[in-house]
Design a protein around this ligand. Structure first.
Ligand SMILES: Cc1cc2nc3c(=O)[nH]c(=O)nc-3n(C[C@H](O)[C@H](O)[C@H](O)COP(=O)(O)OP(=O)(O)OC[C@H]3O[C@@H](n4cnc5c(N)ncnc54)[C@H](O)[C@@H]3O)c2cc1C
Length: 370
């Protein structure tokens, strides 16, 4: 079997790439699992990016207008009238993208694992049967533990964290997500409570499972009211190179993930778009260069993460005082962009009073951000 492109991994990014290329080139996709979805993921995607990327509406299960931020002693709210983010059903998202790709002519091999490269061909395994597929280009869209990244010798200096996400019954405000920052409960990350319905929310964090258990008690949610529990992982940093010879990495396999929120679907899909363009130009070298904007956002996110890790809860409380002030809320409500945190930060930094107060918290790092 020979194809123009073999995509390894049918998560959102692999399926999205397949949908972009199918009908223009001969595409095949292999997915190890026997059906799509099932990964630990809250499924929050910025509304503007969702429309721009033309993701399927059918996958949207809720719309969010804003967020309520809680520290251990304060809280403030940022919101707009229109939806700022969607909550999606990952299984529906992946299946709908796969359907699009298949209808445009892509060949799908589900329940089939990539085992490695041999003599320029991909070795695949379905049940106990092993076979080879040859392609002009290979794409590793196989997530954090990427076997393709390993095969091409991509190296990483990233910080890898375990993440937990559960669905729990309770009472929630349906159009606002909650963000809880309490370093005494979890020094590694914030907690989120993202409603799917008025009586159902996805709750999660990255770090130790025991901190999530403590948080559930603080938030008055019962572990015994859980209807789903999943674990996964995330990597904040770089895994390079993204291209070696005729092989490219995309999505989580290339760590195209926002270090501020751990969201990876949008950055991965933007990069998939750029990769599709490079493949259609038969020049993979164009791909990393065309992802400069995503790299800039990741780089900014890594600096924010460094600041977050260096702060104790007193520092978090100081940041909350600044971001929860009327001046800051006005700026954030006007400029906040779910997938462009750099833009929001720049808008805040243009207000001298806010900037001076931020500089007092971590002068060198805030200067580095500017
Ligand atoms: C707890 C948690 C919450 C998250 N919440 C959000 C969120 O709200 N919003 C957001 O944008 N992101 C979120 N993320 C991140 C998001 O899940 C990832 O960024 C996203 O799944 C990346 O998509 P992908 O297609 O690159 O990789 P994946 O979704 O990991 O897909 C990779 C696919 O490759 C397949 N595969 C792996 N190895 C092989 C192989 N050898 N052969 C064949 N197939 C293979 C896998 O089975 C999988 O289907 C969260 C992550 C975690 C852990």
């Amino acid at each position: 079997m020979r194809y123009d492109v073999l995509i390894i991994g049918g998560g959102p990014v692999g399926n999205y790439l397949a949908s972009l290329l199918a009908g223009k080139l001969d595409i095949a996709l292999v997915e190890r699992k026997q059906s799509f979805g099932g990964k630990a993921c809250t499924g929050i995607i910025g509304a503007e990016s969702y429309e721009r990327l033309d993701f399927p509406k059918k996958a949207v299960v809720n719309s969010l207008r804003g967020a309520v931020f809680h520290s251990s002693i304060q809280s403030f709210e940022i919101g707009r009238k229109s939806p700022q983010a969607y909550v999606v059903d990952r299984k529906v998202l992946e299946r709908e993208l796969a359907k699009r790709a298949i209808k445009r002519g892509a060949h799908y091999f589900v329940g089939t694992s990539f085992m490695g490269f041999k003599n320029g061909k991909a070795r695949l395994q379905h049940l106990k049967e092993t076979f080879e597929v040859e392609a002009r280009y290979y794409v590793g869209a196989d997530g954090i533990p990427s076997a393709v990244a390993r095969e091409i010798g991509a190296k990483s200096n990233a910080e890898f964290l375990k993440g937990y996400e559960l669905e729990v019954i309770g009472e929630f405000r349906k159009d606002f997500t909650e963000v809880w920052v309490n370093k005494e409960v979890n020094p590694d990350f914030f907690f989120w409570v993202t409603p799917v319905e008025e009586d159902l929310a996805r709750v999660g964090t990255f770090g130790e499972l025991s901190s999530l258990e403590r948080f559930l008690r603080i938030r008055n949610l019962k572990p015994t009211s859980m209807v789903e529990f999943k674990a996964g992982s995330v990597g904040f940093g770089w895994r390079m190179p993204w291209v070696r010879n005729n092989v490219a990495l995309v999505g989580d396999a290339a760590l195209q993930i926002k270090p501020t929120t751990a969201g990876g679907i949008v950055f991965g899909s933007i990069c998939a778009h750029n990769l599709a363009r490079a493949i259609l130009n038969y020049n993979l070298e164009l791909y990393p260069k065309s992802c400069a904007e995503v790299m800039k956002q990741v780089s900014f996110g890594l600096k924010v993460r460094k600041i977050f890790k260096g702060l104790n809860q007193d520092g978090i409380e100081k940041i909350f005082q600044i971001l929860g002030s009327d001046d800051a809320i006005e700026v954030i409500e006007e400029y906040a962009d779910f997938d462009n945190h750099l833009r929001t930060f720049k808008a805040l930094a243009k207000k001298p009073r806010l900037l001076t107060r931020l500089l007092m918290i971590s002068p060198s790092l805030i200067r580095a951000l500017i």
